[in-house]
Design a protein around this ligand. Structure first.
Ligand code: HPA
Length: 235
C-alpha cells in the first residue's frame, strides 16, 4: 500500500500497461486480460491485475501530465517492485506527414517541464526510453506486421496555448507529436533503474485540426493494445 495506490504488496504485476484514462484501463482489463481483478480505486485511478497468455499483467491509469504520471510510476517502481511500465496513450501530430491512427514508439521525450530537474537533478530537456521494452516492442511490431514509427515526441505541460506556432523545443528536437507524460515516466525509470517505454496512437493532427472521433477511439487503440500486450508477454 502506497500513498496513492491502495493495492496490497503482490497485487501488482512486474509489468504495467499505463493509459492516461482510468476508464481505458478498465476497458483494456475487461477486453484483453483474463481473470482481471480491480486492485486500486483511490481517486478513481483504476488498476486491474490479470493475465495475458498466462503472464501476469497490471493495467492502470497515469492521469494527465508529468506530475500525475510522476506520482504513479514512482510508487509502482519503488513500492510494488514493478520492473517495466509501458505507457499506452494518444498524441497530437505536429506534422501532416503523420496520419490519424499512426503508431509511435517514443525514442526520446523532449520537454520544457522542470520535473526531471526538480525531482532528480537531471538538467536535461529530453529523456530516453529505458531498458529492453523499446526494442521488444519494435521486434514484436515486425512479427505482427504492425506499422510502427520510432521518433521523438514533445511531452508538453500545456494542452492549450496562446501561440499557434510550434514551440521552440519541438523545432530543436524535431518532435513528431505532442503528448504530456513520457518525459516524467522516462526520468523516473532512469532514477529508479527500471524500464519504461511509450507507445502512442495519433489521435489528432495539430495543423489541420483533424481528430479521431469518439466512436472511433476504441477501435483506434486496438493495434496499440495488441502490440503492448504481445510485447509485455515477452518481458
Ligand atoms: N497535445 C498534448 N497531448 C495530446 C494531444 C495534443 O495535441 N493530443 C493527444 N494528446
Amino acid at each position: 500500500m502506497s500513498v496513492h495506490i491502495s493495492a496490497a504488496p503482490g497485487e501488482i504485476a512486474k509489468t504495467v500497461l499505463m493509459p492516461g484514462d482510468p476508464l481505458r484501463a478498465k476497458y483494456i482489463a475487461e477486453n484483453f486480460l483474463e481473470n482481471a481483478r480491480q486492485v486500486n480505486t483511490v481517486r478513481n485511478i483504476f488498476y486491474y491485475t490479470g493475465t495475458y497468455k498466462g503472464k501476469q499483467i497490471t493495467v492502470g491509469a497515469s492521469g494527465m501530465g508529468c506530475p500525475s504520471i510522476g506520482i504513479y510510476s514512482f510508487e509502482l517502481f519503488t513500492e510494488y517492485e514493478v520492473d517495466c511500465i509501458i505507457r499506452v496513450g494518444t498524441c497530437g501530430a505536429y506534422t501532416e506527414k503523420l496520419k490519424l491512427f499512426d503508431l509511435i514508439n517514443v525514442n526520446l521525450a523532449c520537454s520544457e517541464s522542470t520535473y526531471a530537474e526538480n525531482a532528480w537533478g537531471y538538467k536535461k530537456d529530453r529523456m530516453k526510453y529505458r531498458g529492453p521494452a523499446y526494442d521488444v516492442i519494435n521486434e514484436t511490431a515486425k512479427e505482427l506486421s504492425i506499422n510502427l514509427i520510432c521518433g521523438p515526441v514533445h511531452s508538453s505541460d500545456v494542452f492549450y496555448r496562446a501561440e499557434s506556432s510550434k514551440p521552440a523545443i519541438v523545432k530543436k528536437h524535431k518532435c513528431l507529436a505532442a503528448e504530456m507524460e513520457a518525459f516524467a515516466l522516462f526520468a523516473n525509470a532512469r532514477y529508479t533503474k527500471k524500464s519504461a517505454a511509450t507507445l502512442l496512437t495519433v489521435s489528432d493532427i495539430i495543423p489541420t485540426h483533424e481528430k479521431i472521433s469518439s466512436e472511433e477511439r476504441e477501435k483506434a487503440l486496438l493495434p496499440m493494445m495488441q502490440l503492448a500486450l504481445a510485447s509485455s508477454a515477452k518481458l
